[in-house]
Design a protein around this ligand. Structure first.
Ligand code: AGP
Length: 613
């Protein structure tokens, strides 16, 4: 996700834009830029690679940029490496249209090819430049006004966007439209503001309008007008914001972690859609064509922490679907064990930051040994992304909380998509089964977010029953894999000792630690192992444990009599249940940390990216 701002009024626009962008840097920070118009003159466009402070220095805090009408952007790159060229704002020929965009244009290649056939050329790798030229095309071809040009563009574009533009022929006016990406508009005395999020404009006004999906906006100093897709004016209620600025940066959430848990569904959707074409999954853009996929004889996944846990889920899913042998190795171990790899081995390195030292070293070791490497990373242009042979970007947007949630979920989606595609290409899945699994993946974002409706129930359970001296998570197969993640979440933000165990292993020693009231979370979603896990839960309960069952719809009867507390999650394909089960486990960790008054987003001793060995 990126941050966008706009201003028109009596003030110098540049300083207002820069202040707004500073409040939105949490939304993206790999490059930034502004475009400001001084009356009828062409816009002055200033862009930098890197943090916003470079732009502030370049414009002397905006003081050396004339004009009262402008737009600005701070970027989280999704298409096109972080660079000054790819930074927003982007301009169409003769500066007819200049704009900034937050979102993802899913059909940008198709649009770009058509525009190239009509004579457009492109200077950047971004989907945004294509979007701006699409507006330019409709504006020139149909000789319609800005609102009609935007409406035609919205009908043509697939994806998400908060698009803000200025037209050469319309000085002192800003136009905007949105679908799925957030946008708010503010009104002051003879001045109008636009931003991705409330914090950007709180200094100037607390009177805002929330722009709805498929609405367009015209902003001038004298007022703002809203339009629907048909171009009809729509009335909107103004909202007075009473949040403080700090709370507003988290979109009204108390912590980034909860905000990011709520963003998991979108991260799943955007990640899947990035490889989903009209006729199914397509990895050719990242270099994994069918022939390459068929050439792979074995897979090694290597990562750290939560990324490692997604690899374990991926191992179960990939082996189940493709029958390709999959090993999962901690990166810090892999790099020193002189691994046995072949040119036909695919080494998958998973990393949210793309900068984890051990994972980067593991990647280099794999390349040195001649294996093919694929990075699954969340940060465009990060070291691991740049050095791997292939890159599959998770589109989770910037993740601020140290405890990963939405990036973990997006990594799972990436692994599912790879496994389903590999199985189809290698003949393990017929068309019907393939389509069925694809439909399950498309439905996963909505299913996984449903548990959020019961978060108050989970809050009570967490605060009343989980904040003990120890806590244990047990499960089998994918239930064990997700237990590992639940346990890590819990310990890293609550500072309580937590362990995840393969349910069948507990009795080989660790069960001696179970005492009266020790919470044991039994994850029971896999039909083929459910009864076995329930037996292990009974073993714990008979030794005094407080047993919490996290199970799926349809298996409740199995656990009702053996658990002290049952949390039921919606059901999906067993193979993808980790994406649903992980959400209540994240919430349990979150609420225990909150109940202890700890710094949920910045837990002690930890860093968001461990760039040291
Ligand atoms: C997870 O909540 C932790 N923040 C940590 O385990 C993290 O997953 C690990 O350090 C790997 O980071 P990466 O994904 O950026 O490589």
């Amino acid at each position: 996700m990126c941050g966008i701002v706009g201003y028109i009024g009596p003030r110098k626009a540049a300083p207002v834009l820069l202040e707004g962008l500073a409040k939105l840097e949490y939304r993206g920070y790999d490059s930034a830029g502004i475009a400001v118009r001084d009356g009828r003159k062409d816009p002055e466009v200033i862009k930098v690679k890197g943090r916003l402070k470079g732009l502030v220095e370049k414009t002397e805090g905006g003081e050396n940029v004339a004009g009262c009408c402008g737009i600005g952007h701070t970027r989280w790159a999704t298409h096109g490496e972080p660079s000054e060229t790819n930074a927003h704002p982007h301009v169409s020929p003769e500066n007819m249209v200049v704009g900034v965009h937050n979102g993802i244009v899913e059909n940008y290649q198709e649009l770009r090819a058509k525009l190239e056939r009509k004579g457009y050329t492109f200077y950047s790798q971004t989907d945004t430049e294509v979007l701006i030229d699409q507006v330019d095309y409709y504006y020139r071809k149909y000789k319609v006004g800005p609102i009609d040009a935007l409406a035609k563009t919205m009908v043509r574009v697939r994806g998400s966007y908060a698009l803000v533009v200025m037209f050469k022929d319309y000085p002192d006016v800003i136009y905007a439209c949105r679908k799925d990406s957030p946008m708010i508009v503010g009104r002051g005395d003879r001045e109008s503001f636009l931003a991705s999020d409330v914090p950007a404009i709180l200094k100037y006004t607390r009177d805002v309008y929330y722009v709805n999906n498929l609405e367009m906006v015209r902003l001038s100093g004298s007022g703002v007008t809203f339009f629907n897709l048909d171009g009809d004016v729509v009335d909107k209620d103004m909202v007075h914001i009473d949040w403080d600025a700090q709370a507003a940066e988290k979109g009204g959430f108390e912590h980034f972690m909860m905000k990011e848990i709520y963003e998991e569904a979108k991260a799943l959707t955007d990640t899947l859609n990035s490889v989903l074409k009209e006729d199914g999954l397509d990895f050719s853009e990242i270099g994994l064509d069918d022939e390459t996929i068929r050439s792979i004889t074995d897979i090694t996944v290597t990562a750290c922490g939560s990324a490692y846990h997604t690899g374990i889920v991926g191992q179960y899913v990939t082996e189940n679907l493709t029958r390709i042998p999959v090993r999962v190795e901690l990166a810090s171990e892999f790099r020193y064990r002189d691994p046995i790899l072949k040119p036909s081995t695919l080494v998958i390195v998973i990393s949210q930051s793309g900068e984890t030292a051990d994972s980067l070293a593991a990647l280099r070791e794999a390349k040195k040994l001649g294996a093919r490497t694929l990075a699954i990373v969340n940060v465009l242009g990060s070291s691991i992304a740049r050095e791997a042979d292939h890159v599959f970007y998770t589109l989770a947007g910037p993740e601020i909380a140290v405890a990963t949630t939405k990036a973990y979920s997006a990594q799972l989606m990436a692994l599912y998509a790879l496994a389903v595609k590999f199985a189809r290409v290698r003949g393990n899945l017929d068309e019907k089964a393939y389509k069925g699994l694809l439909n399950s993946l498309k439905a996963l974002p909505e299913i996984s977010s449903r548990i959020l409706d019961n978060k108050e129930k989970i809050q009570r359970l967490a605060a009343e029953k989980c904040a003990e001296k120890d806590i244990f998570y047990i499960g089998r197969g994918i239930d064990y894999a997700v237990s590992l993640e639940g346990s890590l979440k819990f310990k890293e933000i609550s500072y309580i000792h937590s362990e995840a165990y393969a349910a069948g292993e507990l009795k080989h020693g660790t069960i001696s630690l179970i005492e009266d009231g020790t919470p044991v979370i039994g994850v029971v979603t896999q039909k083929n192992t459910a009864e076995k896990t329930v037996s292990n839960m009974v073993e714990c309960r008979s030794r005094g444990a407080y047993v919490i069952a996290v199970t799926r719809e349809g298996l409740e009867d199995l656990v009702t009599k053996t658990a002290d507390y049952v949390l039921t999650v919606p059901a999906t394909d067993d193979l993808f249940m980790a994406s649903v089960t992980v959400v209540p486990l994240q919430l349990i960790a979150y609420y225990v940390s909150v109940s202890k008054g700890l710094d949920v987003d910045k837990p002690r001793n930890l860093a968001k990216s461990v760039t040291v060995e």
